[in-house]
Ligand binder design. Structure first.
Ligand code: PLP
Length: 219
């Protein structure tokens, strides 16, 4: 397992070098959804500390025990979050990447102040304007950010998942522009198939699953 981690890390470093960026400014999030504790452990032992999960329930089944052994783990929620799970999510995740609607801003604004864990949120943008995809519409982003700032949500930046099957670079560039326009420095973008492109376009957080764990088990 150390092998794929080292490979992804050096590919990030190479892309950063081309873009004249520091590799240390890019956080690799190992997306461990569908993989069990036995598959995750070797990565922890190799020194990886930031992990991504897309479901609160699934994370609750494997991370409390792994965290007991590796207390400095940082967990990132990268999947859609229901407002009624917000309280549970902020106790388990350090960072939430899927803030995408007013009702969730309200739920998180209530849950975060009393929570020990969650310290930052990314606003997810539906960057390709796709019908059934999560994320706030580009046209609604300004209002959502006003609301989130008003509610004192700690904002880290913007997150996106570009449409499948077409060149992702224009979508990464658009997300970077939107973040800059709104004074946000974090850019959560890039997955196994496109993280080098994302790094060259300014990603600060890449979310890489299958390139490190192999193909996902279907749920
Ligand atoms: C699953 C997932 C990833 C990781 O995808 P890979 O292609 O396996 O690297 C990244 N981001 C989100 C939001 C995901 O759901």
């Amino acid at each position: 397992m150390e092998q794929p981690l080292a490979q992804v890390t050096s590919r990030i470093a190479a892309a950063a070098a081309i873009a004249r960026r520091k590799a240390s400014d890019i956080k690799l999030i190992a997306v461990s959804k569908t993989h069990d504790a036995a598959a995750i452990r070797p990565l922890l032992e190799a020194g990886q500390r930031a992990f991504g999960e897309n479901r609160v329930q699934e994370a609750a089944t494997k991370w409390p025990e792994l965290r007991g052994a590796f207390p400095d783990v940082e967990l990132h929620l990268i999947g859609q979050l229901q407002s009624n799970k917000a309280a549970e999510a902020v106790e388990m995740f350090d960072v939430i990447h899927s803030l995408d609607r007013p009702s969730l801003v309200a739920a998180l604004a209530k849950a975060i102040p009393g929570a020990n864990r969650c310290k930052a949120c990314f606003v997810q943008v539906n960057i390709g304007g796709e019908a059934q995809k999560g994320g706030c519409a580009v046209a609604d982003l300004a209002d959502l950010l006003v609301q989130a700032r008003g509610a004192r949500i700690p904002l880290a930046g913007l997150m996106c998942v570009p449409p499948e099957g077409i060149e992702p670079a224009p979508f990464f560039a658009l997300l970077a522009k939107l973040a800059a326009d709104h004074g946000l420095s974090g850019l959560s973008m890039g997955m196994s198939g496109d993280f080098e492109t994302a790094v060259m376009l300014g990603a600060t957080h890449v979310r890489v699953g299958s390139a490190m764990f192999g193909a996902r088990h279907t749920l």
